[in-house]
Design a binder for this molecule. Structure first.
Ligand code: MEV
Length: 330
């Protein structure tokens, strides 16, 4: 029986969340926690999905049902993705999909995006359709837009290209994103999880609403964030971690003005700074999920302890990980 397994990495937003949704640049790094998708022939149904990490088992759809009606949240990305793939590359053979995650979906490390990218790559391999990185991005981005309504696609770029990237979203549907690899080594970062799952769509809408109320002020914040992104890009290459920490603190100040931080995030950020981190900020949508602290070697243990004492959970990750890859074909 034909079977294909593909894995893709999660991500951490380093600088530029939220403003990236409005066309400004951001910097993202892929992490070594991966999500894998296995696709194999299905003799019984057109589409079956098992995602035990999302408590989804025994989920089946006929060809006519595929992508129709209200999809359960746990199936929405992968089912939408398969349905869009078939519109572009019609196929007769049905599939079973098995999705497996090395990290909890609640961390906000990009599990939906990683699984979407892994599925598109696996479908290409399974059906013998040659897909470039740009094709992978385009189909994955259409999926995310259909499920989520609005998104920049930065997490898809991290899952596809891997490494650490300077990213600008496509200017219109079907256009290409700007993806520039920043060639660096491992970053000395600590990641603290607040224990609270953020709702990205709600937070994006909140920023959209603020911008409609006062476009001049919010655009000015976006421009200041962009200035930090450009400085961070240079300092990443220079490996100036103290300066990068300072830029993180400034980025966090602006995120507070966008009202996307939370008391839980602020507690962890404050604790890490008091313990001697160079700098600290939320990472991603805000409202919960994770914070990052840039920290020197001598301060690392004390800072990790301080984050845990403040109620955070340290998530062990390595930055700058490889992008989507084929694991096995049988
Ligand atoms: C969420 O992880 C980051 C946001 O910038 C949304 C996006 O870029 O799609 C808030």
């Amino acid at each position: 029986m034909k079977r294909v397994k593909v894995s893709a990495p999660g991500k951490l937003m380093l600088f530029g969340e939220h403003s990236v949704v409005f066309g400004y640049p951001c910097i993202v790094t892929a992490v070594d926690l991966r999500l894998s998708v296995t696709v194999e022939e299905n003799a019984e149904y057109f589409f079956s999905l098992e995602a035990p990490d999302l408590a989804l088992n025994d989920y089946h759809r006929s060809r006519q049902e595929l992508g129709q009606g209200d999809l359960p949240k746990a199936a929405s990305f992968l089912e939408t993705c398969f349905s869009l793939f078939l519109k572009r590359y019609p196929q007769e053979q049905g599939i079973k999909v098995f999705s497996q995650n090395e990290f909890a979906a609640s961390y906000g490390l990009g599990s939906s995006s990683a699984s979407t990218v892994a599925l598109v790559r696996a479908l290409g391999e399974f059906y013998g359709v040659n897909l470039s990185k740009e094709d992978l991005f385009d189909l994955s981005y259409q999926t995310v837009l259909q499920v989520q309504g609005v998104a920049s696609g930065f997490d898809l770029a991290a899952a596809i290209w891997g490494g650490t990237l300077y990213y600008v979203m496509p200017s219109a549907a079907g256009e290409k994103p700007i993806v520039q690899p920043i060639l660096i080594q491992e970053l000395p970062l600590l990641v603290g999880y607040t224990g609270i799952k953020a709702d990205t769509s709600i937070l994006i809408r909140k920023v959209q609403a603020l911008r409609s109320e006062d476009p001049a002020q919010i655009n000015d914040i976006f421009r200041q964030i962009t200035d930090l992104v450009e400085q961070a890009k240079q300092n990443l290459v220079l490996g100036d971690f103290a300066k990068l920490g300072e830029l993180m603190n400034q980025n966090q100040k602006l995120l507070r003005q966008l009202q996307v931080s939370s008391s839980e995030l602020e507690n962890l950020i404050e604790a890490s700074l008091a313990a001697g981190a160079y700098g600290s900020k939320l990472s991603g949508a805000g409202g919960g999920d994770c914070m990052l602290a840039m920290v020197g070697q001598s301060q690392k243990i004390a800072t990790a302890q301080a984050i845990e004492q403040a109620g955070g959970k340290i998530i062990e990750v390595k930055t700058n990980a490889g992008g989507v890859r084929l694991e096995k074909t049988l």
